[in-house]
Design a protein around this ligand. Sequence first.
Ligand code: NAI
Ligand SMILES: O=C(O)C(=O)[C@H](O)COP(=O)(O)O
Length: 363
Amino acid sequence: MEAKEKHWNERGDNMEKIKAAVSMELWPEQLKELESCCDVKILPWTATDILPTEEEIIEECSGCEAVLFYTDPVTERVIRELKEKGLKLIGCGRATPNNIDTKTAKELGIPVIHAPGRNAHSVAEYTVGMMLDICKRISFTYHGLWSGRFLADEKDIYDVPDKKDVIWRFKDRENPRSSYPWGIDVYGRTVGIIGLGHIGQNVAKICSGMGMKVAAYDPFQPQETFDAVCAKKYEDPIRMLPSCDFVSVHLSVTPETKGMINDEWFNAMREDAYFINSSRAAVVDQRSLIEALENKKIAFAAVDVMWDEPAPKNHPFFTMDNVLLTPHMAGISTDSKKWASEMIAEDLLNYVRKQSLVRVWNR
Ligand SMILES: NC(=O)C1=CN([C@@H]2O[C@H](COP(=O)(O)OP(=O)(O)OC[C@H]3O[C@@H](n4cnc5c(N)ncnc54)[C@H](O)[C@@H]3O)[C@@H](O)[C@H]2O)C=CC1
Ligand SMILES: O=C(O)C(=O)[C@H](O)COP(=O)(O)O
């Protein structure tokens, strides 16, 4: 039998390298670190859109003690067969390892490490970006210019002596009596955060930094979490809503949160409130939100997630001028993959060094 290659660990012990197969993207720093203590095999479908079959996964990962997946369908059969061939640790470079049969892994005593909050900065920045976009009328005015709805109006050009300092103002064809689609400042306004987890906390921090007041509802977070992000804690969301200029939703989907944001919530919001959902559509009652927007119970909605994806072309949102819609992209950034690479590599190294794993999926 071929002798296993050895490496020196941090304590100076001479350890055997473990075999690890990888289909998630690892950053060069992490790959280098892992290669010092693992015999790393990059799986052929890594960084492609190809989803491997059960047979392909079993064949390629056979004999590996650890496998780091991304979106590969890791079924009961895959886990059972790979366990027979030496699998002891599964990694998934996602926050929620929906593609892994975690029940079977648990039953067989195989820990599944994952990357919670890997895209928390991305979604938080997106969320604040949407708030600023609405307030500063960025997409609205750009779209108006692009489509020809806005016209430069000579009368509104400031009368300055040398004419070099002309400020371009424009008229809205559809609303000619208003000279400019005025926006608002976020400074001094209040954001109400629903769900103060990884993403909600990041949104709170950014908003505090912009001089906003932060209110939050999350019955599962301790007072310290609210204090750490300067958020006023509310026990009852319905009492919080009237104080909010912005309501931003960051809930996970649970039987309790499904359809939780309904008529009662929209009735409690202010007519000038902006509603943002970058979490999951399932936590919002679709009819309630559409009616709230149609009946001007709220001013505006920015939405990244839809009940059916991709959004059907005939969805009412596409004809409403008080909706800003994006195609479920808040969490997509190069950096999200980098954070996942760091988190998963850290735990694989912990495994090799026989130290406690930090991020084990426990649901
Ligand atoms: N649009 C996109 O591209 C992305 C969307 N997401 C979604 O964003 C959401 C939040 O993600 P994370 O912050 O990472 O999750 P998380 O699990 O860290 O936070 C969720 C928070 O919701 C709270 N919560 C649960 N039940 C609640 C209830 N009944 N009432 C009030 N609060 C409750 C939890 O206590 C937790 O603090 C998830 O639904 C996730 O799927 C995440 C990444 C990307
Ligand atoms: O809705 C979501 O949740 C997402 O879009 C996330 O991007 C999923 O994140 P991962 O679980 O793939 O890290």
